[in-house]
Design a protein around this ligand. Sequence first.
Ligand code: FAD
Length: 1038
Amino acid sequence: MRGPARAPIGWGGSRVTGVAARSRSPRDRISLSFGLNMCIRRLFRSSHLHWAWRAAFLKHSRCGHQGPWRWTHSGGGPYRAVIFDMGGVLIPSPGKVAAEWEVQNHIPSGTILKALITGGENGPWLKFMRGEITKEDFLQEFRRICSEISNTSVPVDNFFSLLTSEQVAKQFPVMTEAIIQIRAKGLQTAVLSNNFYLSNGKSFLPLDRKQFDVVVESCVEGVCKPDHRIYKLCLERLGLQPSESIFLDDLGQNVKAAASLGMRTIKVNDPEAAVKELESLLGFTLRTVIPNTRPVRKTMEIPKDSLEKYLRDLLGTQTTGPLELLQFDHGQSNPTYYIKLAGHQLVLRKKPPGTLLPSAHAVEREFRIMKALASAGVPVPKVLDLCEDSRVIGTPFYLMEYCPGLIYKDPSLPGLEPSQRRAIYAAMNRVLCKIHSVDFKAAGLEDYGKHGDYIPRQVQTWIKQYRASETSTIPAMERLIEWLPLHLPRQEKITVVHGDFRLDNLLFHPEKTEVLAVFDWELSTLGDPLSDVAYSCMAHYLPPSFPILRGQASSATAEQSGKMTEFMSDLAWEFAVKEGFRIFKEMPATKPLARSYHTWAGPRSLPSTPGARSYTSLPEPSSAHASKGALVISPEGLSPPVRELYERLKQFMDRHVYPAEPELRRHQASAERWTPSPLVEDLKEKAKAKGLWNLFLPLETDPERKYGAGLTNVEYAHLCELMGMSLYAPEIFNCSAPDTGNMELLVRYGTKEQKARWLTPLLEGKARSCFAMTEPQVASSDATNIESSIREEDGFYVINGHKWWISGILDPRCQLCVFMGKTDPHAPRHQQQSVLLVPMDTPGIKVIRPLTVYGLDDAPGGHGEVLFEQVRVPKESMVLGPGRGFEIAQGRLGPGRIHHCMRLIGHSERALALMKARVKSRVAFGKPLVEQGTLLADIAQSRVEIEQARLLVLKAAHLMDVVGNKAAALDIAMIKMVAPSMAYRVIDRAIQAFGAAGLSGDYPLAQFFAWARALRFADGPDEVHRAAVAKMELKNRI
Ligand SMILES: Cc1cc2nc3c(=O)[nH]c(=O)nc-3n(C[C@H](O)[C@H](O)[C@H](O)COP(=O)(O)OP(=O)(O)OC[C@H]3O[C@@H](n4cnc5c(N)ncnc54)[C@H](O)[C@@H]3O)c2cc1C
């Protein structure tokens, strides 16, 4: 017999879930790749304790809220029992199982059902149900009937095995919950089933019999539903009148029979809907009211009597009443239970049974930290007792008070107003501050963890865990594994760290934005507080549906885990190289001292991709570590999306740009050369359509990727080199100077209006621009010499000056002149200049002549000599403000400064490729040119010089990415010193190998040469860069 009606169950915390678009302000986004890695670690953690824990809502001393659900008396109205049919009510119906099975086994639909009813009362099915024939006899007869019906042989044994398999014959959880609630209200439960015997002589009953007061099976009684006798038998055993019971069955005739006896009936089509109907008849909820709990799993049962005795001693209560025990979901690691005893609501958390690793499942540590933190004012569950005596329930355990409240499961907080979300996140941050502010020595936690090196240790642990569970190489992880140890913070603080700080580990007050308790201290220790900050910011970076945010990571397959790992390591990498450096830069400890990061690119091996840069002198491929290396020295090492962009660009160059060169050269030599080539305009549209547009704008200038592709300088270096293979390519992709520098200037310093007027058409490739600084009268390599005057007059600025070598000014599409002149000749030297945005159609601008470079006029942009006479522009044309021209010129020449170098590597590669092809195909003095020793030496020399220069360019780009343009000044100066003269020499050798053809317009060599030579001035004279390098060298390296 069952005991008295169970005690009421209190209302607990409920999880607020749902999916909604996230609102992520980019400014809110701050996290570290560290956090992402903590997340990666979770995938490899053997224990998923936290899921169990998170489900436990514990009572904090400040929390008195009880919620609306309170049962104070038994319910059920006139009903005293609920009687369940089995198949179709508690477990799936044979009819439904049959229908699916028929489809899968190509058996005519309905065969099984027809066979089941064949013969009616005397058919094999009902005989089997009444226990009159054995399973074997039944199956023999059944097989025969099925075959007759379907005209085919039917494997009925197979169907029967499926029907009775564990996989199919499982009780519906909704019914399990309902039965618990019904019994908790003091009502009886019964199974009344048309059932059969199995071969082992036992009836088929895949149910926990303890759930039922009465079990009535047709095979045992020799009577089947809808025979009234079996209903009466059941009622008799329950000791009830028909009207005191509710009967649930999925077959109409069985329901009808019950109703005719006076029982209340529910015809079950869908178990969920049936439970709802039952709820309304009974008048109470049939759902478990402690959220995220379930009946204790068989394998997780604990000795109730011994526990009850312990609890009564502990609580000192003499009150009678049974012990109620539920298990929180996901408790495979450290099983967690809800307990109700004599008005006390508790949570018990224990170690799992069996042999454990010494440091695993340390419930004692959890107890200790929560106790200490509660005294220090951190909202944690109130711990009551630690029982280390394994005799009580088999393992050590501890007890906490149960606390109702809200847990926000979805970190994007769907359905809440922005202000509410803000308040919740702020409360989350406040509580984190509180944790990190605890004086751990005063709290008695000095020996709670090692002091120092928390992050290095964590990183090593993750690597070890990852390696232990690695099934195949994930290049993105390899890259990260190499990068992280090289970028550990040099300073650290030591505080209590939670180790798994996230929104769904917090219990909130149901009515106020207040954290009532922080759960899941399994990973807590003494460590660097930044790790908690990083980890809690993870939710801003991961997609809302990411399994780790939804608690589904632990059930992922190896393949899914691999994909998640790859995703997160890519994300961490992106963060580290793109956004992270902005944060690291601000940290004094990570600033370079004596350029100690100089050569840490590290060893790498690269796969040889057919058609990929075949001119590199890279080591032989090794598939194992394809993407290793912090400094990406080859396109193969680029992240997958950038690599894809690179390949797309390469394909476009091959398909469209190189084939267009002869026509474009013809146009440049023709009379129409001062009008843009229609072919270029056409290719621009094509490139735009392929997403190969505005690739130049560095991520640092455009962190939100509003204007460009958001590439790092290193990434762009590889793409820019590719564009440098053709003189025409940069314009086709809207990546050509001087527009690139001007666009960057506008992005960085332009007002909203200036951007709208100038930046938009430039980004769209509709307009072009020029930059006017150099003047014939003064040595312009020193920008402070500039003499052109900018005078304020009647709310306008009036410009007078003489400029030359103004590239692009002759282009009919040139609409904007970025003009540099002096507003105040008496100000300090570097504050005399200002920059104005001058529309090219302003009266007073007179282009005197085009200048030529070795006779080439570079039409249609050209290089113009220009007079500015009384040119009036409104005051709003000023960029940043008067006197800030020098600053702007420096900024403009930030990343833009190295683009020329990147392109020069491209020129050189193309020249060398042309040279190699040429010398292989021509014979002189009886042998191919390539066999002439001097040419071999030239080829070798060119290869070496290109490689040297490329590495230096990439290094400068990389430093710009990780420490910023200013700290990379020396490397920028070095490549500007190196690249033009390297290209000049390589191209010169190629021209020499070509013979006279090399000087002609038939090949790009002559133009490359002229441009490389010009760049020894145009981008600042070599001597200026040399002087800069020497100065810095003398300053830095003593
Ligand atoms: C093809 C091309 C395109 C150009 N496009 C533009 C443009 O669009 N806009 C623009 O404003 N300008 C442009 N220029 C001009 C270019 O920026 C200048 O030529 C450059 O700044 C040098 O100035 P300068 O010609 O007045 O030489 P100067 O300043 O007169 O220098 C002459 C020489 O003096 C020596 N010298 C100078 N400084 C030092 C030093 N510190 N140490 C040792 N020796 C030194 C060097 O040998 C140098 O070459 C372009 C030039 C070329 C060739």
